[in-house]
Ligand binder design. Structure first.
Ligand SMILES: NC(=O)C1=CN([C@@H]2O[C@H](COP(=O)(O)OP(=O)(O)OC[C@H]3O[C@@H](n4cnc5c(N)ncnc54)[C@H](OP(=O)(O)O)[C@@H]3O)[C@@H](O)[C@H]2O)[C@@H](O)CC1
Ligand SMILES: Nc1ncnc2c1ncn2[C@@H]1O[C@H](COP(=O)(O)OP(=O)(O)O)[C@@H](O)[C@H]1O
Ligand SMILES: [K+]
Length: 510
């Protein structure tokens, strides 16, 4: 369902936890004097507007309402639909005898519009042409079970599309984890502020498209709260010129740094080769590669611009370290003694470094753990590597990617890129950015090696670790979106990104 064209680039940059959104609701109530029912009415109107726009011919709606305020929104949608002349099946789940004051008024509005309100009796009619999920919103506090789980299963196997109010039921607003079973929506209309879980982990798959409705709360109120997470994407950063500055004329290659890629043990030479090519295509003045002798010729054949140096020991790395300005260590490094010796040498240098793949796996071993202090370091774990570094299982990382990224950045005193759907970039000071570009075609071997090369090239051109990670992750993801645009996600190769990296890094977007 995720679209490969930076599908979420129109969304606001500030992302919030559910608790922060509740606080914003409260501020709208106290500072703006917007009563809860008024806000709920606006939510229902916004959702109904999106419904008409997306499904203008829908005639038979089934609206599902839970016991909280998400159900209140559903009552408003049903009322508006009935007034509009649509046929509405309205089912409640849970105890609707204890509704909030706002939801009670919404219910009265629906009844007055002629909506027949019935408790769900176990069967979802097949003839509806649109389902509206107002079961649970940000109040979700455990995995759906029993009758609710049964209804969600029926929603997901129903042929009609699904509109989710605020957030698909079962998706955790703070983590983006689907607490199965969870509703798989085609469109989610989210209210007041963007929840951080909509754009990472399971979020994009379960939300489908996302529309944001601020409910006419004044921007000043929204700005009165610091965002928990900043959404970034290529377009946003390019508009703010957060990428590379334009090159001046009177320059030479020494100005743009010298990336040394260290990796490529036997059988994994391609990883080092791709990191080298990505570094060169992302503008590093010079690129060297310390690798196994068996790969030297192949790397040279592919990219004669790269200076390939076969190394067998850490000592042979020393003269290369003296000439380099930035290191990219890990692609195909392996976890054998060859990789260990090279990594040991790299850790003794104070050059800016990108640590990826097996460099991270080695760092996770007992005796290797360390904090990097002032050194400019970017670590780029995928969830498996992050789990090893944190000594937890992968599920724990994915259950709260924000916490895992923050924890790693603070433990290692490094900028951390936690890769995967909705890559997170965490600073040791607690800041987190989420890249909403990228696509599932990137789940293919070598994509991470390319990212490593990109990040190293940006460090080599003078960015600090935080700037390089922000721009580099967006550049890499947007390049993958462009590369996937014509021929689709399946079969996208890491090397397909190369021409796009060059174009987008130079701000050529067409
Ligand atoms: N505030 C505002 O001004 C605005 C808010 N708006 C709307 O309000 C929504 C938030 O409303 P909300 O806080 O009432 O939470 P909501 O998600 O409806 O459900 C809470 C109920 O569900 C229950 N429950 C939880 N998990 C469960 C589970 N797994 N299985 C079964 N039950 C479960 C929980 O029961 P409990 O466990 O606490 O007994 C409680 O009764 C928000 O998403 C947006 O749509 C908009 O109108 C804009 C203005
Ligand atoms: N489903 C996805 N959506 C968005 N980006 C993805 C997805 N899957 C993988 N990626 C991106 O692709 C890259 C894969 O990196 P990694 O797992 O290290 O691959 P490899 O080890 O094969 O080089 C990362 O940048 C990651 O964020
Ligand atoms: K919902």
């Amino acid at each position: 369902m995720t679209q490969p064209l930076s599908a979420f680039q129109h969304l606001p940059a500030s992302l919030f936890t559910a608790a922060a959104v509740r606080e914003l609701d409260q501020r709208a109530l106290t500072d703006e004097q917007i009563p809860a029912f008024e806000l709920m009415s606006r939510a229902g109107q916004a959702a109904f507007g999106c419904l008409l726009q997306r499904w203008p011919t829908a005639q038979f709606l089934t609206v599902l309402a839970g016991p909280g305020n998400n159900g209140g929104d559903a009552y408003v949608v049903a009322a508006l639909a009935a007034i509009h002349g649509l046929d509405v099946n309205f089912y409640t789940l849970g105890d609707h005898g204890q509704l909030s004051e706002a939801s009670t008024r919404a219910r009265e509005m629906a009844l007055a519009a002629g909506v027949e309100v019935k408790p769900w009796a176990g069967v979802l009619e097949r003839d509806s042409d649109l389902l509206v999920d107002g079961l649970l919103g940000t109040g979700l506090n455990k995995a759906p079970a029993g009758e609710l789980a049964e209804l969600i299963e029926q929603i997901n196997s129903h042929p009609a599309p699904v509109l989710a109010l605020d957030i698909p039921t079962g998706l955790h607003a703070d983590t983006g984890c689907a607490l199965e079973p969870a509703v798989r929506a085609d469109l989610t209309v989210t209210f007041v502020a963007m929840k951080q879980g909509l754009l990472t982990a399971d979020g994009p798959d379960y939300c489908g498209d996302i529309a944001y409705a601020c409910l006419d709360i004044r921007p000043a109120v929204l700005k009165s709260m610091a965002a928990d997470v900043e959404r970034i994407g290529y377009q946003v950063l390019a508009e703010r010129h957060e990428g590379l500055a334009a090159r001046r004329g009177n320059v030479h290659k020494g100005r743009y740094g010298h990336v040394l890629v260290v990796g490529g043990d036997e059988g994994m030479g391609g990883a080092a080769a791709m990191a080298c090519e990505a570094a060169a295509r992302s503008g590093s003045g010079l690129v060297s590669c310390a690798t196994r002798g068996s790969h030297a010729q192949a790397i040279l054949m592919r990219r004669p611009e790269v200076m390939v140096k076969p190394v067998v020991s850490g000592l042979e790395l020393l003269p290369l370290l003296e000439r380099a300005s930035v290191l990219a260590v890990g692609p195909g490094l392996g976890q054998g003694s060859w990789g260990e010796l090279l990594l040991q040498q790299v850790l003794q240098s104070d050059l800016p470094v990108v640590l990826d793949a097996d460099a991270l796996n080695l760092l996770a071993s007992p005796g290797w753990r360390q904090a990097f202090g002032e050194r400019q370091v970017i670590m780029t774990p995928h969830p498996g590597e992050a789990a090893r570094l944190l000594d937890v299982d992968i599920r724990t990382v994915q259950n709260d990617r924000f916490a895992a990224a923050r924890d790693l950045a603070s433990r290692y005193s490094a900028v951390v890129v936690l890769k995967g759907c909705g890559s997170l970039i965490a600073h040791p000071d607690g800041r987190v950015a989420l890249c909403s570009d990228g696509n599932a075609g990137m789940a293919s071997g070598g994509m991470g090696d390319v990212l490593t090369g990109v990040l190293a090239a940006l460090l080599a051109q003078g960015m600090d670790a935080w700037q390089a990670a922000r721009w580099g992750v967006c550049l890499h993801s947007a390049a993958a979106d462009r590369a996937a645009h014509e021929n689709g996600l399946c079969g996208l190769l890491a090397t397909d990104l190369m021409p796009w990296l060059r174009r987008l890094n130079n701000y050529i977007t067409h």
